[in-house]
Design a protein around this ligand. Sequence first.
Ligand code: ACO
Length: 321
Amino acid sequence: MIRAVITGSGSALPKDCVTNADLEARVDTSDEWIVERTGIRQRYIAGEGETTSTLATEAARKALDDAGVDASEIGLIILATATPDHTFPATATQVQQALGCRGGVAFDVAAVCSGFLYALGTAESLLRTGMAKKALVIGAETFSRILDWEDRTTCVLFGDGAGAVVLEAQDVAEDGPGILATKLHADGEHKDLLYVDGGPSTTGEVGKLRMKGREVFRHAVVNLADVLGEVLADASVTAADIDWVVPHQANARILDATARKLGLPAEKVVVTVDQHANTSAASVPLAFDVARKDGRIKPGDLVMFEAMGGGFTWGASLARI
Ligand code: ACO
């Protein structure tokens, strides 16, 4: 059977690491409050010359090296971001140009923190139709540029970064590697709980992120537990079969609460929110790359990806590595 198999991963972070103590000098907050409420200890913030496309390109190059794939072999690039370099063209096309890929398909998807799940699901479907044989799926963000640095309830929560995977269509055995099941959802009902108060067709300004964190938290735990259950049922596996969960890294307490709801031990959850904060669409591939490169995630492991973000959008995907 033809499946989309993850054959490489890569990630990139800006040079500047900003600790909670650094933020204390800038905002009315404390390391104690941030760690206790979120688990975040530091984040990376893009400086001059660092943009969503430069971070995405670096992550993509590392993923290609890791997979042993040449950029010229890539027929499809899907880049998930809510912070593109420009309103248009799509940031994916700039990454395509920087990598030296020609002639394939390249586009962005906007599903905020669920963007990587949306991009992965879309790429997997397109690979299985035969539209392309090898794809790059990237999550990349520079959220620091849409934060209101006067708003302590949001500015301490986010960071910048990028993660990428190479996906290849391969003919594999039933128990072989590849993406086994994906479920994606959207519900525009709660837009006002998490949004950016600008845009090209409204104010003409880029705008700043606005969030009612407590309410987002409540929806996140319920929606994530539901979609994880759907994916497990679809793939006919139980939570006990999963080797690793790679969740969207929004808040350590959401990760704990979701794992508890599913009866998953905390040791099976990859946590990088302490190091990177919430990097939106970049967080899942960034955490996956960290856990793959440090040897936790190994070939043959069953890995669950999950995310929830603005929209709301949410989703989960189960893959055998
Ligand atoms: N430093 C110090 N105090 C703060 C800070 C801060 N940075 N921010 C808020 N406070 C204060 C508030 O003013 C409030 O004070 P008050 O009681 O005197 O009014 C108090 O802390 C509690 O504020 P709450 O907002 O009720 O705190 P809560 O326990 O809900 O934690 C948080 C806030 C961390 C944002 C939490 O609600 C959360 O993580 N929500 C989920 C958000 C999230 O994950 N969003 C992303 C998902 S989608 C995506 O990734 C885009």
